[in-house]
Write a protein that binds this ligand. Structure first.
Ligand code: 13P
Length: 268
């Protein structure tokens, strides 16, 4: 094993990215079982067609890293969160460098569950995003509106404000290393995914807004994912939208077989 983090290279073309966010599920024993199950359910060709990352809880990271690297499974290790300070008296937190040393490539930043349940502010999201970039990893910035906001017609302005607050002031080169995930809160864990039209529309608006915030030409190089009740059945149609460059998958990523089906569907 080298000491180099698995820093994802910014794609010249937007290679599809399928991320499994396990949230607070799976002990490290279950994690290893899941990875074995997943790798038995998928071929090298499937894994060459798209990029795949798996985001286990912190306690599973080292075990999952060891299995992925020793068995040469083409999956990038991901994390769900980190703190923005490099070290110090922050009981219970994990630094970006601790993740980079485990060869984590992608870190989810600003997931709606952290924003809503754990009180993560836009300011903390912006600082965390910068800290992840500084440690050589790529943030997956989550944005998305609640049902009330969507019903009142404010979905786009809400998402644009989240985007602006996180990306404003960053150089084009750094923004191109970011991934954005549009995850409407009303679609998370509900079994009601956004329609392909709604997902496409918001991802397109996000891409255009990146050009406004950061500069012309930048948005076309940034991968924008959709997340919220993704299943093996809807993965393909969501991924085939022009501005949807991949998926952030919760429930359907917990089981090796179902996540393999999502990855296969997304690569077709
Ligand atoms: P579900 O796929 O379970 O709806 O979760 C989506 C999500 O929050 C991924 O980050």
């Amino acid at each position: 094993m080298t000491d180099e983090p698995l820093t994802p290279i910014p794609p010249a073309i937007r290679r599809r990215l399928i991320c499994g966010n396990w949230k607070m599920n799976h002990t490290h024993f279950e994690a290893v079982q899941m990875i074995h199950h997943f790798s038995a359910s998928i071929t090298e060709e499937d894994l060459a067609a798209v990029e795949v990352s798996i985001h286990p809880p912190f306690t599973d990271l080292r075990s999952v890293q060891t299995v992925l690297e020793s068995e040469k499974i083409s999956v990038v290790l991901g994390a769900q969160h980190c703190y923005f300070e490099p070290k110090g008296a922050f009981t219970g937190e994990i630094s970006p460098n601790m993740l980079a040393k485990l060869h984590v490539g992608y870190v989810i930043v600003g997931h709606s569950e952290r924003r809503l349940i754990l009180g993560q502010s836009d300011e903390v999201v912006a600082k965390t995003l910068r800290a992840v970039l500084a440690a050589g990893m790529s943030p997956i910035l989550c944005v998305g509106e609640s049902k009330d906001v969507r019903d009142s017609g404010g979905a786009q302005s809400h998402v644009m404000a989240q985007l602006r607050s996180a990306l404003q002031g960053l150089s084009p080169a750094l923004v191109q290393r970011c991934v954005v995930a549009y995850e409407p809160i009303w679609a998370i864990g509900t079994g009601v995914n956004a329609s392909t039209m709604d997902a496409q529309e918001m991802c397109q608006v996000i891409r255009e807004e990146i050009e406004t915030i950061v500069g012309p030409g930048v948005g076309s190089g940034v991968r924008i994912l959709y997340g919220g009740s993704v299943t093996p059945d809807n993965a393909r149609s969501l991924c085939r939208q022009k501005d949807v460059d991949g998926l952030l998958v919760g429930g359907a990523s917990l089981d090796g077989d179902s996540f393999a089906k999502v990855v296969k569907a997304a690569g077709r």
